[in-house]
Write a protein that binds this ligand. Sequence first.
Ligand SMILES: [Zn+2]
Length: 249
Amino acid sequence: MQIKTKGIVLKVQDYNENDKLLSVLTEDRGVIYAYASGARRMKSALATVSSMLCYGEFVFFKNREKYTVDSAESERLFFGIRKDLDSLAYASYFCELCLSAANPEEDSKDILRLLLNTLHMLENKKVHPAMLKAIFELRLMSFIGYAPDLIACSECGEFEKGAYWFDTKSGSATCTDCRPNGAAGEVLLSKAAFLAARHIVYAPMEQLFSFRVGENSLIELSNAAEKYVIEQMDKVYPTLEFLNSIRSF
Ligand SMILES: [Zn+2]
């Protein structure tokens, strides 16, 4: 059975002497693991499309549960990310998060669109990458059913207080009047950081990237979003450890 779909390569592994195994996030079938025969040869027609971050149209052949790449046409290769170590480290983490978040054989248009938009913003360098990381983390969690509840204080119901404690386990927020000192597993978000987090979770996709916060709020937001992902996914991400070893904050 032939399957034609748009997708982006999240991961590439060498397989046998000449082949590669691609993990491709598709728009309608989650992550597909497909063998690209001969892709390790320089002259292979699949050489270009068998590289991480290659986005395009893929034609897969499915036989029982095994996929192979029949043909593919690249539309975007994100060269600006590939040639910059910092950007590549961020992109690698985004790809690894998608690998653990997308369910096989499920519609994944939202996740694919989020990843493509985030990579586009990462490549053109107009937004701080730590901001893109926080946006990607919180929005991705929302797409896969772990949306935090950032509408109002979990105790008094006030939705416009100053700072809020964000509980990275439950995803709820509590204002500092109700809980002056916070509790274990909670991180303090200033008003600006809290409003930014709320925007990321609830804004329409086309407005997702259209807000800015100051550096201190960005640091708070960035730490909270990362803690939330670690807590919800309960996984260790080697690409995140690498990213944190090289980025400034
Ligand atoms: Zn309250």
